[in-house]
Ligand binder design. Structure first.
Ligand code: ADP
Ligand code: ASP
Ligand code: MG
Length: 462
């Protein structure tokens, strides 16, 4: 589908580590300046670790310790004030620090509320976590202004309209398009950079929501897609998508180009560098996504395009992994082959709005995996009606991804042999409908070992 693309518009998303302190924000400013006079929308994450700390704070007060929760709030406040002290000049500093104080007073009030009620709803948790992005964007905006780049801070909760499924709210794309045109375009047309928040949104009634952990990538892709941006840049702390998580495999290689399909499989199966949903709005509009390193902006990064790189004959592109997986086995000799059994089974997961990652079936049973235990007890009660249930926790997924898998025989055999040499037991195997991944479920304690041995097998010792 060909559509009009705004060749002058660049969406630049900066992840937590790319806004973690004053130095990171200085780097951000340099990177943004390089792109001028293009139209730029900066989508900021919370400073690294802040979302986790806000969640910890919320749970701490819910569990009865208001004073510990307040200590977390105080230390977060110090951190933000320090960043703004380092970055801002006098006139701006007082104003921004006053606003930071105001935000933290609000957080304290919410913490007191949770303490009084002894209850933490997902709605309240979303409100608490939203402050991470609100604080970072406030500081980024002022720092840009102080550096002489004209910019305007736009509240993402006016643009990112979502349903009310707190914690992982679904964006309402038509509304977002309408709002993005209303709130972003006039700023851009006035030659100002837009600074806005990733991850957070609001219902049509104005109640704060969040769109899922790591969701700032998704926000960036959605804003880019509704405005037909030329490119969506994801600025992070590594050179781009690598052949494996560099924290697990030190010699992992940078992948220059990836297809949308490969990138979304990798994202889905644990390559944390990209939020799984990021890809979708971009694929639909054929907008390229580029992953770049904010510490080394001169590195070319990874370009994700609809078709990937047709010249690249590498069969396996990357190996992703995910821990904390739960395997559910449903055995039913009586009903298994009966008409409608699988439909019934999956409708239980759908009713609980639970996504299933890997599925494999045998004559009498189905095994499937989920990646968190939210509502697991309720799901189990429903599943008990249709079969005998076994649940195994502490599992992991290892996923080999590459367009070349489709045409190349022997990949599975090589993977199995490599794993067998280390005595790693494979509990489930799935080839995925797209034919570009081979997914294996192993014990969580074997995941890193498995990724390393598979990387060695397919990429050699580089
Ligand atoms: P940000 O805060 O910028 O959104 P994330 O922490 O969400 O960054 O994602 C970047 C991290 O993703 C990297 O530090 C890296 O450890 C991890 N990662 C996992 N798999 C991969 C991969 N295949 N290639 C590159 N990074 C990966
Ligand atoms: N700050 C949010 C998180 O940590 C969103 C993001 O960083 O993308 O999940
Ligand atoms: Mg991220």
């Amino acid at each position: 589908m060909n559509q009009w693309i705004n060749e002058q518009m660049n969406i630049m998303k900066f992840g937590g580590t790319s806004v973690e302190d004053a130095n990171a924000i200085h780097r951000l400013i340099k990177i943004v300046r390089r792109e001028l006079p293009k139209q730029i929308i900066v989508v900021g994450s919370a400073c690294s670790g802040v979302t986790n700390e806000l969640i910890r704070c919320a749970h701490t007060v819910k569990d009865g310790s208001e004073s510990d929760a307040m200590n977390i709030v105080e230390s977060l406040k110090k951190r933000h004030i320090n960043i703004s002290d380092e970055l801002l000049k006098e006139n701006r500093l007082a104003e921004v620090n006053r606003k930071i104080e105001e935000y933290f007073d609000e957080i304290k009030n919410i913490v007191r509320g949770v303490n009084l009620l002894g209850e933490l709803t997902s709605r309240t948790l979303d409100l608490i976590t939203s402050y991470g992005e609100r604080l970072s964007s406030l500081i980024i905006h002022s720092a840009l202004e102080v550096s002489g780049i004209r910019s305007s801070l736009v509240n993402a909760r006016k643009v990112m309209i979502t349903d009310s499924y707190f914690g992982s709210a679904k964006p309402l794309v038509d509304k977002i398009e309408e709002r993005a045109k209303k709130y972003f375009l006039p700023v851009l047309e006035n030659n100002q950079v837009v600074i806005t928040q990733g991850f957070i949104g609001a219902t049509e009634q104005g109640i704060t929501t969040t769109i899922g952990r790591g969701g700032s990538d998704y926000s960036a892709a959605l804003f880019g897609s509704v405005l037909n941006a030329e490119i969506i840049q994801i600025w992070t702390d590594v050179d781009g998508m690598m052949s494996a998580d560099p924290r697990i495999v030190h010699e992992a290689r940078l992948i220059r180009k990836l297809s949308f399909n490969e990138a979304s499989e990798l994202a889905y199966f644990g390559a944390k560098i990209l939020h799984p949903n990021t890809i979708l709005p971009a694929v639909q509009k054929n907008i390229p996504v580029k992953i770049l390193n904010s510490r080394r902006p001169e590195v070319e990064g990874t370009l994700i395009l609809k078709t990937g790189d047709s010249d690249d004959k590498t069969v396996v592109k990357s190996i992703a992994s995910k821990k904390g997986i739960i395997v559910i086995n449903i055995a039913s000799s009586r009903m298994f082959l009966a008409h409608g059994f699988l439909a019934k089974l999956f409708s239980i997961f759908a009713d609980h709005e639970k996504s299933v990652d890997v599925v494999s079936t045998s004559e009498v049973s189905v095994s499937l995996t989920i990646d968190n235990d939210k509502d697991l007890e309720k799901i189990k009660i429903d599943l008990d009606q249709i079969g005998e249930i076994r649940i195994a926790k502490s599992k992991g997924i290892v996923c080999i991804v590459g367009e070349g898998l489709k045409k190349t025989p022997g990949i599975a055999a090589r993977a199995f042999t490599a794993l067998a040499k280390l005595n790693i037991n494979i509990e489930m195997i799935s080839e995925g409908a797209s034919d570009i991944n081979l997914t294996l479920v192993v014990n969580e304690s074997d995941v890193d070992k498995a990724v390393r041995v598979l990387h060695d097998e397919f990429f050699g010792n580089v």
